[in-house]
Design a protein. Structure first.
Length: 115
C-alpha cells in the first residue's frame, strides 16, 4: 500500500512537471539560494550544499495536528529516513508555520516523532 502511494506521488509529480515545463528546473540551472535559521538558531544556506544532492521537504506543521496530518507526516519521515540510511542525500526540511503561537517544528519533531 505504502509503495503504491509513493509510486503514485512520483508519477503525479512527473506528470504535472510535464504539463508545466516552465516550473521545472532545467539541466544546468541551479535552484535559487536562500538563507534560513535551523532549529538551533544557526543560519544555513542552500549554497552550503553546493555539489551535493538535496531533497527539500517543505511542510506547514502546526499544533495541534489532525490525525490525518500526523499519519502523513509520520509516513513522510519514514520514507525520508530510508533515503538517508541508504544513499548520500541531504534532506532539508522547511516548516512554513502560519501560526506564531503554535509549537516550533523542533518541539513537534522531538515530542511527536522522537527526532
Amino acid at each position: 500500500m505504502q509503495s503504491t502511494k509513493i509510486i503514485w506521488i512520483i508519477f503525479s509529480i512527473l506528470f504535472l512537471t510535464g504539463l508545466f515545463p516552465s516550473l521545472a528546473m532545467a539541466d544546468g540551472i541551479s535552484a535559487p539560494d536562500f538563507t534560513a535559521v535551523d532549529e538551533d538558531g544557526v543560519e544555513f544556506s542552500l549554497s552550503d550544499y553546493t555539489g551535493e544532492v538535496v531533497i527539500m521537504h517543505i511542510n506547514g506543521l502546526e499544533t495541534p495536528l489532525c490525525i490525518e496530518c500526523l499519519e502523513e507526516m509520520t509516513g513522510q519521515l519514514r520514507e525520508l529516513e530510508k533515503l538517508t540510511n541508504s544513499t548520500d542525500i541531504n534532506i532539508v526540511t522547511i516548516n512554513l508555520r502560519k501560526n506564531p503561537n503554535s509549537d516550533s517544528g523542533k518541539v513537534i519533531a522531538e515530542r511527536d516523532y522522537g527526532i
